[in-house]
Each structure stands twice: as structure tokens, then as C-alpha cells.
Design a protein around this ligand. Sequence first.
Ligand code: ADP
Ligand code: MG
Length: 330
Amino acid sequence: MKNKPWLPCFVALVEVIQFEKQRIKKEDSRIKNLENDELELLPKPMRRATLFENEESRKKIQESRILKINSSASNAMSKKLAVFNMKGGVGKTTTAYNLAVGLVKFHSAKVLLVDIDPQGNSSVSLGIPVWEIQLQLKDVLQKRVPIDDVIISSKSGIDVIPSNILLAEEEIPISGLPGRELLLRKALSKTSAQYDFVLIDCPPNIGVFSINALMASQGVIIPVDMSYLGLLGINAVERAISMVRSALDHPIEIAGVLGTRFDSRNKLSKEVLDSLNQHFGSKMFETVIPETVKLREAPSYGISIYDHDPSGAGSKAYKNFVAEVVKQYE
Ligand SMILES: Nc1ncnc2c1ncn2[C@@H]1O[C@H](COP(=O)(O)OP(=O)(O)O)[C@@H](O)[C@H]1O
Ligand SMILES: [Mg+2]
């Protein structure tokens, strides 16, 4: 040992390499299992597309890595908005991806959509087969790859940082990292200037991922569904935002509260909307998103409401909402 002072280092290095190899192997097999499980859960149109266009979609994804992004398209005034509510099923994902598509389609904006929900629903809704991706947001948060390597251009013209269920496994390790609340903000600082809007689709809780989303955003859009529990949840959302402002010293603003899943035949819908208007006043978006079958169907085709039902009520409402967001930030 005396003659070989490097030996302990060498042994440690070999151990680290072996550990890393095993981890990568385990992760690969998990992704494989995930493919099969997820396929069963998918709606039929999507399952078909996945089975028959597998190779093609895989190639498309690889070809569309953001390396192709025109780095001269710089926009220092990029607006970063989180779509947040701790309650699930309120329309966060539906709002995030239809806002993203609407900004591109009707306002020629350059948009990055960050999917920080392990369910990966906004990526899937844009036609990205999340069970096939090699790199995703978690790899950026863990500082394993540069952010540009995980960005995928979707067919609707939006750049997406996707996630899948593997992100959930990293919640505890990421929670232990120094500066854990600022991982996403730091990562985005290297690329966000290329975009007019960076939209972040949050998970339905207030864990480390939602905190990262809020800390990386200047504003928050809060979708609220027309239910009694939706209304009750508002208090928790406001507490979370004020905690970010005071305890974490980040001056995030409420960009607006969006009434979603409104059913005009339902008395409760009207009552909840009235209460929200009273509570939030001018912070409410004027647009209210109706409950429609077409809005529920669109994700299974991997397209936006504007392509699935261009003249329907859902499409019109989201188009108006997009215009309100643009007006606020022009
Ligand atoms: N306005 C709406 N009309 C009908 N279905 C909707 C509407 N908004 C959302 N949904 C459906 O409700 C479910 C939950 O919506 P989602 O956007 O995923 O909510 P969250 O992201 O808040 O959990 C999804 O199946 C979605 O398609
Ligand atoms: Mg969601």
C-alpha cells in the first residue's frame, strides 16, 4: 500500500464505474417494461400509431434534437409561466399544451414547453412517445446532460422538454441536492432566451418539482375546475405561492386564474365561477374553458384542440385565452 498511494483511489473509481453501469442497466430494463405497460394504458388511436410508426417516430425524434434550433433567434424577454394547481384533473396539462400550440399557431411565437410532471401528459398530448425517449428533464436536473440535448421539436412546432415516470424516482435524490429549488431555473437560463414563451406544466402537488417550476417562472397560471373541491383547493394554491414569495424570496406573480371544465347546464359550475370572480376579481381570465368531449379526446390523437375540432367551443375558448395571455405580456 505504501508504494501504491493511488490504490484506494483506483479501487474507489472501479466501484463507482461498476455502480454506474448497474444503474444504467437497471434504468434500461425499466424503460423496456414501461413501454409494454404504457401501451396497454394508451387510448387506441395512440396505441396504433405507436405500434406501426415506432421506428419512424423514433427517427423523427432523434432528427429533431434542438441542435437544429437557430441560435441567432434570441429573445432576452422570454416569458416564463408555470401552469400550477395542486389539485389533479383541473386542466393544467390541457391548458399548458393548448396554450403552447395556440401561441405558435396564432401568434407565431417561439415556445418551449417543459413537462415537469412524471405523468408526461403534456409531452404525450403533443404526440411525443414518452416511453421511447432516451433523455428527459430528469437528466438535466441531475446535471447529466446539457439542456439542449433533451429538447425535442414536436410536430406542432413547439420545442418540448419531455418527462416520463422515471422522473418520479428521482424526486427524493433531487430533493437532497444543494440548491435543489433552483435546478430548473439554472438549466433554463442557458436556453430560454431563444424563446418568446417558456411554459411549465406542473405535477398535481407541491413537491420539489412544482417548487422548481415556480422558482423558474415569473408568473403562474392557475386553472381551476368548476367543482367544490376545486374551490377548496384555492387556499392551498395561494399558500404555496406566498411561501415561494416569502420563504424562497421569489417575486412570482399570478398571471391569471382560468376557470376550466365549465358546464353551463350545471348550477355548481356557475356558483364556483361566481365565487372565483369574487375572490380573484381582475386576476381572473375573462375566458372560461367549457367542458367538451373534444377537449377530452384531443390528447389521444397527439394533437391540439385547434386541429381536432377547429370550430368547436373548446377551440374558440382556448384561442381567446391565448390572446389574453399574449395581450398581458406584449
Ligand atoms: N375542458 C375540458 N373538457 C373536457 N375534458 C377535459 C377538459 N379539461 C381537461 N379535460 C380532461 O380531464 C382530464 C384531466 O385534465 P388534465 O389537463 O390532464 O388535468 P391536470 O393536468 O390538471 O391533471 C384529462 O382527461 C383531460 O382530457
Ligand atoms: Mg397534468
